[in-house]
Design a protein around this ligand. Structure first.
Ligand code: SAM
Ligand code: SF4
Length: 333
């Protein structure tokens, strides 16, 4: 290895999340405005360039790689990239290659993902009510996602459902989702909405602290603390009644930055050292300037040397606008 990445606070960086496209076939109300402007295609890295970048990070000690977006499965020939990155799993340099998806294209691709070496995927489902699903995602269809989940399950992929907690929208549904995940053998993670990007509505209207969700769940379910970790920020409990795992991602009520092990790459090759801060490094320039990975790796090391201690997310009435201007679909959730 050519010098592992350790940030100024002594945190080793072993997890890279890559947004392979900022485009999406949904327009979830908490993630995007309805009339989004996307990056010009010319600015977006080719799949070969993304492969080279990811592989440089693997050489620098990344053990877990997550492809996200936008919707990663709407990028043309994304399966080719996944298959190619699978070589790092086969060589033992990478522990995990995984994906976060809205599930709309899974029926088509689940078999390919499993064949490429993926073992687990995250699928975002905020509600089990088809009408609410259509309202939240604006363009999505729940039955299509359900068909995708069935295909992923039969391809042998382990599935974690991500649900963003939205006040007055899905807060009455978590019991049902817990039961459904328990029956299907899926893990479930509930996420606090984060103030990222202008979405045309007020965040305070959407924000539901997970401390409230958890207190409500405890009236019905037995939540047993477990020390299961996936290398991500979720804190897990086991639901005694279903045997399933339930995670909570609470960037606002509990800061999880002290154990942060990750950085994020956009589809244009911009490296963000923190989801909640604006400082970034351009990797496209050193990537394109030289066939050798030397300048690229030097830029990466320099960027890791600036990784901030943590984010400053707050959602309150005084702050008003988003904490960062970029949408989640740019940096990749
Ligand atoms: N399109 C894929 C999906 O929906 O799973 C991958 C990208 S999406 C940006 C990744 C995750 O971020 C999803 O689980 C989504 O619900 C979540 N997300 C998007 N915007 C968010 C926000 N403002 N706060 C919290 N989570 C958000
Ligand atoms: Fe698309 Fe995922 Fe954002 Fe929804 S959350 S708009 S599916 S990128």
């Amino acid at each position: 290895m050519i010098g592992a990445m350790i940030d100024p606070f002594g945190r080793p960086i072993s997890y890279l999340r890559v947004s392979v496209t900022d485009r999406c076939d949904f327009r979830c109300v908490y993630c995007m405005a309805e009339d989004m402007t996307f990056l010009p295609k010319a600015d977006v890295l080719s799949l070969e360039e993304l492969d080279r970048l990811c592989s440089a990070f693997v050489a620098l000690g990344v053990r877990k790689l997550r492809l996200t977006g936008g919707e990663p499965l709407v990028r043309r020939n994304i399966v080719g990239l996944i298959r190619s990155l699978g070589r790092h799993i086969a060589s033992g340099q990478l522990d995990e290659l995984t994906l976060t998806t809205n599930g709309s294209q899974l029926a088509r691709y689940a078999g390919d993902l499993a064949a490429a070496g993926m073992r687990r995927i995250n699928v975002s489902v905020d509600t089990l009510d088809p009408d609410k699903f259509a309202t939240i995602t604006r363009w999505g269809k729940l039955d299509q996602v359900m068909a995708g989940l069935a295909a992923a399950k039969s391809a042998g992929l382990k599935i974690k459902i991500n649900a963003v907690a939205l006040k007055g929208v899905n807060d009455g549904e978590f019991d049902r989702m817990i039961q459904w995940c328990g029956d299907e053998g899926f893990d479930l993670t509930i996420i606090e909405v984060m103030p990222m990007g202008e979405i045309g509505t007020d965040r305070i209207e959407q924000y539901l602290p997970l401390s409230l969700v958890r207190a409500k769940l405890q009236e019905r379910w037995t939540l047993e603390d477990i020390d299961y970790r996936t290398g991500g920020p979720a804190r897990y409990v086991r639901i005694k009644e279903t045997g399933g795992r339930l995670g909570f991602i609470t960037p606002l009520t509990h800061n999880f930055c002290e154990s942060c092990n990750r950085v994020r790459l956009t589809c244009t090759g911009t490296l963000y050292m923190c989801l909640g801060q604006d400082d970034a490094a351009d990797l496209r320039e050193p990537l394109r300037a030289s066939e050798s990975d030397g300048p690229l790796m030097a830029t990466i090391h320099e960027a890791i040397g600036r990784k901030p201690k943590g984010h400053d997310f707050v959602i309150d009435r005084r702050r008003g606008g988003p904490a960062v201007e970029r949408h989640m679909s740019v940096t990749g959730g």
